[in-house]
Design a protein around this ligand. Structure first.
Ligand SMILES: [Zn+2]
Ligand SMILES: [Zn+2]
Length: 278
C-alpha cells in the first residue's frame, strides 16, 4: 500500500505469479521492474523469445533496502500484471523496515499485497478487513467528462475493484473502494484535463499550484536529478534535500487559503508531480 512516509525497507523472498507472463507482452511493466534492478532480482523462466516473467526477489539482504516508495511501485506493478493477465500472486516474503517494524507479506484473494506486522493475524489482511486500504478521501463533486468515464466495477476474487480508465491517458487508478476511485478520477481531471483558461497551458496541474509550492517541487526534482549521478551513499544527501523540499511544498500548500477538497486534490497533484519529475 502506498505511503508518503519516507522509510527504508526490504522484502526478502520471492513474489511470483502462478503462471509466468511472456515478457514480450508486457514491455512497459517489465521496464518498470528493470528500473528497480538495483533493489530486485527479476526471476524469469525460458529464454530468448519465449522468456517469461516469474516474479521478483530482493537482490540480497544488504542491497535490497530501498525507500518504501520504490517497493510500493514494484508491488503495484506486480498487482497490476496479475490483474490484467489473470494470474494469481504468491509470496513467502518477509519485510523489515526502519519505520514500519517487520513481518510477512500477505497476498489477499484479490491479488493485493499487504504488510502484515508480526503481531497481526494474516487472515485480517487476506480478507481485506485490515486498515491497509482504508484511506478515506474527502468527498468530491463528480464532474461529467467525455474523456474520463466514471469508475467501473470489476470483480477481484471475492472483492470488487473500481477502475478509472481515461481515453487519453489509459488506466488512471484501480482502487479498492468506489469512493477512492472517484477521488482519483477528479484529481486526474484537475491535473490533466482542466480546460483553459483556468488553469492555463499544457501542464495544468503545475499551473494550478501556488507559485511557492511549485518552486519547492521544482527544487525537489532538481535534487533528485542530482542524486541520480551518484551511487548509494553519495545520493543520500540529495535525496534528503529533495525530501526537505517536498515537506516545504506540503507546508506551503497547507498554509494556502484553499478549501479542504481543493487542497486534497492539489496535495495529490504534488505527489504525482514529484513522482513524475524523478
Ligand atoms: Zn492489509
Ligand atoms: Zn486523462
Amino acid at each position: 500500500m502506498a505511503s508518503a512516509e519516507d522509510d527504508e525497507m526490504i522484502y526478502l523472498g520471492p513474489v511470483t505469479f502462478d503462471e509466468p507472463i511472456p515478457v514480450s507482452a508486457i514491455p512497459e511493466e517489465h521496464g518498470a521492474l528493470q528500473a528497480a534492478s538495483h533493489v530486485i532480482t527479476i526471476i524469469y523462466s525460458g529464454s530468448g523469445e519465449t522468456r517469461s516473467l516469474r516474479g521478483v526477489d530482493a537482490v540480497n539482504e544488504d542491497d535490497g533496502w530501498a525507500w518504501s516508495a520504490i517497493w510500493d511501485t514494484i508491488h503495484h506493478t506486480l498487482e497490476t500484471l496479475a490483474r490484467r493477465h489473470g494470474r494469481t500472486l504468491h509470496t513467502a516474503a518477509t519485510f523489515a523496515s526502519d519505520g514500519r517494524g517487520h513481518g510477512v507479506l500477505v497476498v489477499d484473494a484479490g491479488n493485493r499485497l499487504h504488510d502484515c506486522q508480526e503481531d497481526e493475524d494474516p487472515e485480517v489482511h487476506r480478507t481485506r478487513t485490515c486498515s491497509c486500504y482504508s484511506w478515506n478521501p474527502p468527498s468530491v463533486e463528480i464532474t461529467e467528462h467525455e474523456r474520463v468515464p466514471v469508475p467501473h466495477a470489476v470483480p477481484a476474487g471475492p472483492f470488487i475493484d473500481h477502475i478509472v480508465t481515461c481515453a487519453d491517458h489509459g488506466e488512471v487508478v484501480c482502487a479498492t473502494s468506489e469512493h477512492a476511485a472517484y477521488f482519483r478520477r477528479e484529481a486526474h481531471i484537475v491535473a490533466e484535463h482542466t480546460p483553459r483558461p483556468l488553469p492555463l497551458g499544457p501542464r495544468p496541474a503545475a499551473e494550478a499550484l501556488p507559485a511557492r509550492v511549485l518552486e519547492q517541487i521544482n527544487e525537489a526534482a532538481q535534487e533528485l536529478r542530482r542524486a541520480r549521478g551518484y551511487d548509494g551513499g553519495g545520493a543520500i544527501s540529495y535525496r534528503d534535500a529533495a525530501r526537505e523540499r517536498t515537506r516545504r511544498a506540503e507546508a506551503e500548500l497547507s498554509e494556502s487559503d484553499l478549501n479542504d477538497t481543493v487542497a486534497a486534490l492539489l496535495q495529490l497533484c504534488v505527489e504525482l508531480r514529484a513522482e513524475l519529475s524523478q
